[in-house]
Design a protein. Structure first.
Ligand code: SIN
Length: 520
């Protein structure tokens, strides 16, 4: 049975930042479902937000983060993010990470929605995630054991403590990986929706693993829809970064109206939920929406990835309007953790998009996610280093296969339900329909651990999608107000009575946690 001090499930920025901190003093193994590059970090275009200029301040970055998050954020988590953010970037730079610079030699800092200052450090123009991943992988290649194409299928538990994970390797064999400490850094769940900027592997696996092991999940109703995916043949074909609007591009409808100017003082750079909702409304009213990039200088040099994406789909982004549609982009909810990254299950931790630290509140501020991965991944590594090894030599427990694998719905059916009923706008009637649909598959959600060994990776993904989709539905039905990434057409206002309250789910049931002050 392969054993390591620390087992990390996922290989994005949060996973690598934790591994980077841990690998000098502890043995670390990383399991990842696909290759290193099959994930959201690799796709991240915009950059990393941090206070890096003399006119900017930590207070301002905290305030912008809280405002975008509709004051659902945990102020302590926001402070930890922002105040460690500057150092995280400066350390990367001093270690040789090549962020983009201006002709004058200073760090090039971009602007994105709801930021008060230019504070987005980027690399390769619009390929920041890829550059960061490559940089960290190179640093870690001889220090960490990596298992690619290895899908974690269930956590190993002994006396209510996590002792590692069972995983299915490329050959389809189940292997138990034991560990003193297990970190879930497997991203969110964008693939639950039809239109998404996420990699198709993002089926909520890490979230569902933790839930089945008894961990608490929270803030699941808060789903961020990015306003601008490239629209091609009725589908989202990839992300058009908000940084494009930061460089002067604007949205217009078929009539040529710059509609965002009438919606929010920040117009095209308003918080994402507001821009996405307005595009959705324009589409509902029969208007197609486009991004006009004419004001952007040196578009092709600044945005090489987006230029290639547009050209691949037959659009010249410099001369033509780019057709856009909103799509699922980021999951603010996740596995509940404290500021170290500890979950409610002993020896189980979470970081990055899988975690709900409270840092993003109801809506994440642009380019705060790579930053979260860097800062919270490192903090978690530091915490685990301070703990003695805690492994029990008892055989870890994976439930036995006693059930037949039942009929599974298709992924597309789940995506259709999530998109129709749990999208940008929600109502009681539609959410109830989703709830009924998911309840027909409750047997898969509850019994999956008993036949997991006999499933294919696709069936495991579907079981995870059903688990997380049904929990998002429960949360969205319960939260009878609108806030950030949760918009109820039938309760369109944010209510004081819901301020600072979190809906928390675990296999033991659902509860409401009160305690956020909502003040930075
Ligand atoms: C974007 O580039 O628009 C996305 C960046 C982010 O979600 O932080």
């Amino acid at each position: 049975m392969p054993h390591s001090d620390v087992l990390i499930i996922g290989s994005g920025i949060a996973a690598l930042a934790a591994a980077d901190q841990l690998c000098e003093t502890m043995s670390v193994r990383i399991l990842t479902k696909g290759s290193f590059f099959d994930g959201n970090s690799y796709l991240a275009q915009g950059g990393v937000a941090a206070v890096l200029s003399t006119e900017d301040t930590w207070d301002s970055h905290c305030k912008d983060t809280m405002e975008a998050g509709a004051f659902q954020n945990d102020p302590k988590a926001v402070k930890q993010l922002v105040e460690n953010g500057t150092d995280a970037i400066m350390t990367l730079i001093s270690n040789g990470m090549a962020f983009d610079h201006n002709a004058s030699g200073s760090l090039a800092l971009g602007r994105e929605g709801a930021h008060s200052y230019n504070r987005i450090a980027h690399a390769g123009g619009d390929a920041t995630g890829k550059a960061l991943l490559q940089f960290l992988l190179k640093k870690l290649q001889d220090k960490v054991a990596f298992a690619q194409h290895t899908m974690a299928i269930d956590l190993l538990m002994h006396e209510n403590r996590c002792t590692g994970a069972a995983a299915r390797n490329k050959a389809g064999e189940t292997v138990s990986y034991t560990a003193s400490h297990t970190i879930i850094a497997a991203g969110g769940c964008g693939a639950l929706y039809e239109h998404t900027s996420n990699h198709p592997f993002l089926t909520g696996d890490g979230l569902a693993l933790a839930y089945r092991a008894g961990a608490e999940l929270g803030d699941l109703e808060f789903v961020q829809f990015h306003p601008t995916m490239l629209l091609k043949n009725g589908s989202a074909a990839g992300l058009i970064s908000e940084a494009v609007r930061g460089e002067g591009a604007f949205l217009q409808n078929e009539l040529g109206e710059r509609f965002m100017q009438h919606v929010h003082p920040l117009a095209d750079l308003a918080p994402r939920d507001i821009v996405a909702r307005e595009i959705f409304r324009q589409n509902k009213n029969g208007q197609k929406v486009f991004l006009n990039t004419l004001p952007v200088k040196n578009f092709e040099q600044r945005f090489p990835t987006i230029t290639a994406l547009c050209r691949k789909h037959g659009i010249n982004p410099v001369e033509s309007l780019i057709p856009v549609v909103p799509g699922m982009h980021f999951f603010m909810g996740g596995i509940m953790t404290d500021l170290h990254g500890r979950t409610s299950v002993e020896n189980l931790y979470a970081a990055g998009e899988s975690a709900c630290t409270g840092v993003h509140g109801a809506n994440r501020l642009a380019s705060n996610s790579l930053l979260e991965g860097l800062v919270f991944g490192k903090k978690l590594g530091e915490y685990i280093q301070s703990k003695p090894a805690a492994f029990s030599s008892q055989a870890p427990f994976l439930k036995q296969s006693v059930h037949q694998v039942p009929h599974f719905p298709d992924k597309k059916e789940i995506q259709a339900v999530m998109t129709a009923y749990l999208g940008i706008q929600r109502t009681e009637a539609e959410l109830s329909r989703a709830s009924e649909w998911f309840s027909a598959y409750q047997h898969i959600i509850s019994d999956y651990p008993y036949y997991v060994k006999n499933c294919t990776n696709e069936q495991s993904e579907i079981a995870n999608m059903l688990t997380i989709g049904s929990l998002i539905t429960k949360s969205a039905l319960a939260r009878k107000e609108s806030r950030g990434g949760h918009y109820r057409l039938d309760y369109p206002e944010a209510l004081d009575s819901w301020q600072g309250k979190q809906l928390i789910h675990s296999i033991a049931g659902t509860k409401i946690k009160v305690g956020k002050t909502g003040v930075a």
